[in-house]
Design a protein around this ligand. Structure first.
Ligand SMILES: N=CN[C@@H](CCC(=O)O)C(=O)O
Ligand SMILES: [Zn+2]
Length: 380
C-alpha cells in the first residue's frame, strides 16, 4: 500500500465541520484510494510519495448525480430554434432515440468515454448515468451495460417518454415488466419523467406505477419532477422515499414543505434553465426551508449539452441566490447525498480521495471566473 501526500494546498474545502470552514495552507494524505489524514501542511506526516499543488485551492471532486451520457445524434438545430422562441416539450427525445438505436456499441462507447473524460477534466470525479434513449428492452439494456463500463451509479430510465407508435398502457406494462426485469441487473436506480402537462411524459399515477415496480425489483428511486410546470413529481418522490427529485423548477409551498420534512434531495439543474431559456428554480427558498440541495449538470443532447459542474456552480450563484460555499457544497456533498453515498462529496478521513484541484486561490473562483477551465479532477 502506497501513501500519497498532497501538499501546497492554498485552501482546502473538506466539509468537515470540525475545521469551521475551509483550511488554509493545508495538506492531505491518501492511502489505498481513501483519505487517511487531513490538516495543516506544517503538521503533515511523511508519505511514500508527495505532490505539491503550489497553492491551488482544492474542493471535493464534483459528484454529478444526474446525466444522460449514452446517446447518439445531434440536436443543435432544436437548440437554435429554442433560442428563437420555440419552447421545450420533450418531443425531441424521439430524435435521439432513433439515432441511438441506429448507433453501434463502439460509437456509443466512444462518445460516452469522451464525455466522461470531458467531465473529469473539469473536476467531476463521480458520474451518475441514465439510460432513456433506447426505450425498448434490447436498447435500454444495452445503454445500461455501456454506462456500467464507466460508473456503478447507473439509472434505468425506460420511463423517459412513451416512444412514438406504441400505446401508453402497453408501454407502461413493458417498462414495469419485461424491460425492468432485463435492466435491473445493470442498474442501481430507476427514474421516471413525471410531467403531467407533457404529452410524452408520465402523469402521477403512471409514475407511481413505474416507481413501485422498480422498488419491488430492488432499485433505488429517483424522479424527474416539476421541470416544465407544477405537478405531483416532488410530492410523489418524497412519499416513496426517492433519493432525489430532480429539476424542481416549479414548486408550490406544499412541495417545499414535503421536501423539508422528507428524506429526498432536491437536485437543481441550472444548465437546463440556461439552455432552454426557462426561469431558474428558487434555490434560496429551498435552502431557507432546510431542504438538502444538490447541483448536477443533466448533460443530455436536448436540454443541456454541458458536462461542466463549474458552470452549474456559476449559474447557481449568479441566478439562483446561492453563495459560493452553498453551491460548492451542493455540487459535492449534495450530489453524494442524492446518490446516498457517504464516502463521496467530502474530504474527511475515510472518504474516497477524489479531489477537484482549482487553478485559483479559493473555491469562490468557480463562480467568479465563469467559462474559464480552472478545475480538474484528481483521483488518488
Ligand atoms: N426532462 C427529461 N429528460 C431530459 C431531457 C432529455 C432530452 O430532451 O433529450 C432532462 O432531464 O431535461
Ligand atoms: Zn434528466
Amino acid at each position: 500500500m502506497t501513501s500519497h501526500l498532497v501538499t501546497g494546498i492554498g485552501e482546502l474545502v473538506t466539509h468537515d465541520e470540525r475545521w469551521g470552514g475551509p483550511l488554509q495552507d493545508a495538506a492531505l494524505v491518501a492511502e489505498d484510494g481513501r483519505v487517511v489524514w487531513v490538516g495543516r501542511a506544517a503538521d503533515a506526516p511523511p508519505a511514500d510519495r508527495a505532490t505539491d499543488l503550489g497553492g491551488a485551492a482544492v474542493v471535493p471532486g464534483f459528484v454529478d448525480s444526474h446525466t444522460h451520457l449514452v446517446f447518439a445524434g445531434d440536436r443543435s438545430a432544436e437548440f437554435e430554434a429554442r433560442m428563437a422562441g420555440t419552447p421545450y416539450t420533450g418531443g425531441g427525445i424521439a430524435t435521439t432515440v432513433a439515432a441511438t438505436r441506429a448507433a453501434s456499441d463502439d460509437e456509443l462507447r466512444a462518445r460516452l468515454r469522451a464525455l466522461a473524460d470531458e467531465a473529469r477534466a473539469q473536476g467531476t470525479t463521480t458520474l451518475e448515468i441514465k439510460s432513456g434513449y433506447g426505450l425498448d428492452v434490447e436498447h435500454e439494456r444495452r445503454l445500461l451495460r455501456l454506462a456500467r463500463e464507466v460508473t456503478d451509479e447507473t439509472t434505468f430510465l425506460g420511463a423517459h417518454v412513451v416512444p412514438p407508435g406504441i400505446d401508453r398502457g402497453d408501454y407502461l406494462a413493458l417498462v414495469t415488466g419485461p424491460m425492468l426485469a432485463a435492466c435491473a441487473p445493470h442498474a442501481r436506480w430507476a427514474d421516471v419523467f413525471c410531467e403531467p402537462g407533457s404529452p410524452v411524459a408520465f402523469d402521477g399515477d403512471e409514475a407511481r406505477a413505474v416507481l413501485g415496480a422498480a422498488r419491488d425489483a430492488g432499485l433505488g428511486l429517483r424522479v424527474h419532477g416539476n421541470q416544465l410546470g407544477p405537478g405531483p413529481g416532488v410530492r410523489l418522490a418524497v412519499e416513496l422515499g426517492a433519493a432525489s427529485v430532480d429539476h424542481c423548477t416549479f414548486l408550490g409551498d406544499t412541495d417545499v414543505a414535503a421536501l423539508a420534512e422528507g428524506d429526498t434531495v432536491a437536485t437543481l439543474l441550472p444548465g437546463v434553465e440556461f439552455s432552454t431559456r426557462s426561469p431558474y428554480p428558487d434555490a434560496r427558498r429551498l435552502l431557507d426551508a432546510g431542504v438538502e440541495v444538490a447541483l448536477a449538470s443533466d448533460c443530455n443532447p436536448g436540454t443541456c449539452f454541458s458536462t461542466s459542474m463549474p458552470l452549474m456552480i456559476a449559474l447557481a450563484v449568479r441566478e439562483m441566490g446561492m453563495t459560493s460555499a452553498e453551491a460548492v457544497r451542493a455540487a459535492t456533498l449534495g450530489g453524494a447525498r442524492a446518490l446516498r453515498r457517504d464516502d463521496l462529496g467530502h474530504l474527511r478521513v475515510g472518504a474516497r480521495a477524489h479531489l477537484a484541484v482549482l487553478d485559483a486561490p479559493s473555491h469562490r473562483h468557480l463562480a467568479y471566473r465563469p467559462g474559464v477551465p480552472i478545475a480538474r479532477g484528481m483521483v488518488l
